[in-house]
Ligand binder design. Structure first.
Ligand SMILES: CC(C)(COP(=O)(O)OP(=O)(O)OC[C@H]1O[C@@H](n2cnc3c(N)ncnc32)[C@H](O)[C@@H]1OP(=O)(O)O)[C@@H](O)C(=O)NCCC(=O)NCCS
Length: 360
């Protein structure tokens, strides 16, 4: 039996007119791409005023349709557009995420999720951000009826109105994406000669060192208060990714050693998981940053970061981006204390599965 056969009130069409308002919410189709591009471009103008590292090129609606078309193809009907008095007021496009259990993506998403990506939503500048609540409401019933109880949305960190709208719906901050200019100095790095730390660039022959450090990083994330499950089934997939990355010079892997003992690393991915409205060519993505527990607090993290930022500058990058779990106390304070500032939040809501059967 389909879940929604037992949930009569959730069977209501998600595209109904919202009562009492001159607002209609209708299924997002190909014909709405240009309207959504204009809404997203206007959002980018506002976002870039608050975060200048975003790309000016995406303030132009002409630059956005390819991104939105791709999203629409992936969405499998999980998009809506709101019209106020017939004029586009906001849109939202989500995609189902069904990760294969042994693929690395299973480390970042539960088995069955709905995700609204960073470029998958905007409301017109004339609208209140609470319109996000209506857009979500028009889709979420369908998701719950289909057994999607894990909902994600990626929002610009400096958009207080949007963050408030999502928080008010029960979404909390899970991942923080941060950004810094690579030429900003890393303060407090031990001077050469005052430290016995050496930083070496790893090659494919160092895969065991990289894997051991990556393992320690995931184990760190299992601890309180982060509690991110370490899905060891994904390790082979991560190993393949590391080996693949190391083949390209743009994906440097730096390892810190003391007396020949590996103690920490910073690894990079060309573009990686960048929010899509950045100037991607100017960005490098810091994928893994870790110092073994017994070696923390002695300057190794800063030495690695300073070394990596020098490398990034020499490569012609202007910006460095990374994600950390918002509940990661040592990671969060380290990055925010070393020049990174919040760019995007991934927010998450878990709907209580008992809604599928209780009280109806
Ligand atoms: C985040 C992390 C990589 C930082 O590495 P680290 O080697 O501990 O970093 P540093 O020692 O350079 O700096 C950390 C602190 O030690 C202090 N410190 C730096 N040099 C020092 C020295 N010579 N003596 C004493 N303290 C020092 C720094 O001032 C800093 O203090 P602050 O947090 O109050 O600013 C490390 O904490 C870690 O691996 N955490 C777990 C994994 C993780 O969260 N990674 C990030 C995932 S996104």
């Amino acid at each position: 039996m389909l879940v929604d056969e037992r949930l009569p009130s959730l069977r209501r069409s998600p595209f109904d007119t919202i009562a009492g308002m001159s607002l209609t919410v209708t299924e997002f189709e190909e014909q709405h791409i240009d309207s959504a591009a204009r809404l997203l471009a206007a959002r980018q103008v506002a976002d870039r005023r608050r975060e200048p590292s975003l790309s000016a090129a995406f303030e132009s609606p002409e630059a956005l349709p390819p991104m939105l078309e791709k999203l629409l193809q992936q969405s499998k009907g999980n998009g809506v557009i709101a019209l106020r008095n017939g004029e586009p007021a906001g849109y939202m496009i989500a995609s189902p995420v069904l990760p294969a259990p042994a693929q690395l993506i299973a480390q970042f998403f539960p088995p069955r999720a709905m995700n609204v990506p960073y470029e998958g939503h905007a409301v017109a500048p004339t609208e209140d951000a609470s319109l996000y609540r209506d857009l979500y409401a028009s889709l979420a019933g369908k998701w719950v009826s289909a057994g999607y109880f894990e909902h994600f949305v990626n929002v610009p960190a400096q958009d207080a109105g949007a963050c408030e709208a999502w928080n008010s719906l029960g979404f909390g901050r899970e991942l923080t994406c941060v950004i810094r200019e690579v030429d900003e100095p890393v303060i407090g790095v031990p001077a050469p000669g005052q430290s016995s730390t050496e930083v070496h660039r790893a090659g494919e022959e160092d895969i065991a060192v990289i894997e051991a450090l990556a393992d320690a990083l995931w184990v760190h994330h299992t601890g309180s208060p982060i509690f991110t499950p370490f899905m060891r089934d994904t390790q082979e997939s991560e190993r393949e990714l590391s080996l693949e990355l190391m083949k390209a010079p743009a994906n440097a892997h730096f390892v810190a050693y003391r007396d020949s003992e590996p103690l920490g690393m910073n690894t990079f991915m060309k573009q990686g998981f960048l929010p899509p409205l950045l100037p991607a060519e100017e960005c490098t993505y810091l994928w893994q940053g870790i110092v073994y527990g017994h070696a923390r607090g002695g300057g190794i993290g800063r030495t690695l970061l300073a070394h990596a930022m020098d490398w990034a500058r020499d490569q012609g990058y202007r910006l460095c981006v990374l994600h950390f779990y918002s509940a990661n106390i040592s990671g969060g304070s380290f990055w925010l204390g070393n020049g990174f500032r919040p760019l995007e939040y991934r927010l998450r809501r878990h709907v209580d599965e008992r809604i599928a059967w209780a009280g109806r």
